[in-house]
Design a protein around this ligand. Structure first.
Ligand SMILES: [Zn+2]
Length: 362
């Protein structure tokens, strides 16, 4: 297993967690908090940024790093999952054809074409460090035929992404970005293996898990994740896209995944839920014990915090825990002050960063 990912914006020790800054912004907080939290990278979305503010504008402003002020690693998701989700929800948003995705952001007024080549070109305009090939997603309840078609198109599009990437890096000086392929195949082990094999023949710098990682009850789809992990090159980064809760990350690290992204830490913070290590559990051994019982939620609005002068998590060194009490955070949420969201987000980002530090110890 590789324990470091070398990118144009530095080396990332693995396993690593990248928070989602989908639209080029970490919700409720700035990138300085992600830096202070000790995070090495963020995930931004090719499709969302393509719509607004547009890849040309970002390029004219010097690329995503300059535009956003985030000087560490940027991984851009291809946007395939978002387009698929929109179209799956409502066919008026477009259709997935054999050679491209047609989408209508306003359900009919305007028609845009998104191809594997355009997807890679946009990621170059952003100046992204880790680019994702455009893939074709499926829903867990899609039949065999739909799953096979998704794998077939994912592989064809991956080859087109690879060719476009090679064309654009050919004359490039200095450190080149990385390109990851995405393994599809639903819950079918053979299909996952076939997809992985075909992608490895094309050759990528890492591989991502494609599709839905959760079952209908919201539980981690362990077998499917396991099949996909087996289908990827064990010597390269294996990226569990969209995962997840702390205990799910621990499980996936055990399966061989080394890269993660998720909206959970930032979203939970905005809902006044802060992750706290249980006493004595913030150790490499602690996080691997008792199936996720290594942390508890701190519910900031709970009335029992009104007079509590202690920090949210005594073991935490984030800006919130270093400086403010539980009572003060409770008060900030009560009066609806925007600092509450920022401080809670900074804390949750630090929790995830500490979790990854602990998981890097064998
Ligand atoms: Zn903290």
């Amino acid at each position: 297993m590789t324990n470091e990912l070398i990118t144009p914006h530095g080396a990332v020790p693995l396993p690593a967690f990248f928070p989602d800054a989908t639209h080029g912004a970490l919700r409720a907080t700035g990138f300085e908090d992600a830096e202070d939290a000790g995070l090495y990278g963020c995930v931004m979305n090719t499709y969302h940024l393509y719509n607004r503010p547009g890849s040309r504008l970002i390029k004219s402003l010097g690329g995503l790093h300059k535009f956003s002020g985030w000087n560490r690693v940027i991984l851009t998701d291809s946007g395939g999952f978002q387009l698929y989700s929109l179209i799956h929800e409502n066919a008026a948003y477009g259709e997935i054809r054999d050679n491209e995705i047609i989408f209508r952001p306003d359900q009919g007024k305007e028609k845009l074409t998104f191809t594997p080549e355009k997807c890679v070109q946009a990621q170059f305009q952003y100046g992204s460090d880790i680019m994702m090939a455009l893939d074709v997603c499926t829903a867990p309840d899609d039949g065999d035929e739909a799953q096979r078609r998704a794998v077939d198109l994912t592989v064809k599009w991956a080859a087109r992404c690879r060719a476009e990437f090679d064309r654009l890096t050919r004359s490039m000086k200095g450190a080149k970005p990385l390109l990851f392929g995405i393994v599809q195949g639903g819950a079918d082990r053979q299909l996952r293996m076939a997809c992985g094999k075909a992608l490895r023949e094309i050759g990528f710098d890492g591989y991502g898990f494609g599709g839905w990682p959760l079952d209908a009850d919201g539980r981690l789809w362990v077998e499917t994740l396991q099949y996909a992990a087996e289908a990827m090159d064990p010597d390269l980064p294996r990226y569990a896209m969209g995962i997840g809760r702390p205990e799910e990350i621990v499980k996936c690290v055990d399966m061989g995944y080394t890269l993660f992204d998720c909206v959970i830490p930032t979203r939970e913070a905005r809902h006044q839920r802060l992750y706290c290590f249980n006493k004595g559990m913030a150790t490499p051994k602690g996080v691997r014990e008792e199936n996720g019982r290594f942390y508890t939620f701190f519910y900031a609005l709970d009335d029992r915090h009104v007079r509590d002068a202690s920090p949210v998590d005594e073991s935490c060194d984030c800006v919130l825990c270093r400086r403010y009490s539980r009572a003060y955070l409770h008060h900030l949420f009560k009066i609806g002050d925007s600092q509450a969201y920022r401080l809670a987000t900074a804390h949750n980002l630090r929790f995830y960063s500490r979790l990854m530090e602990l998981l890097r110890h064998e």
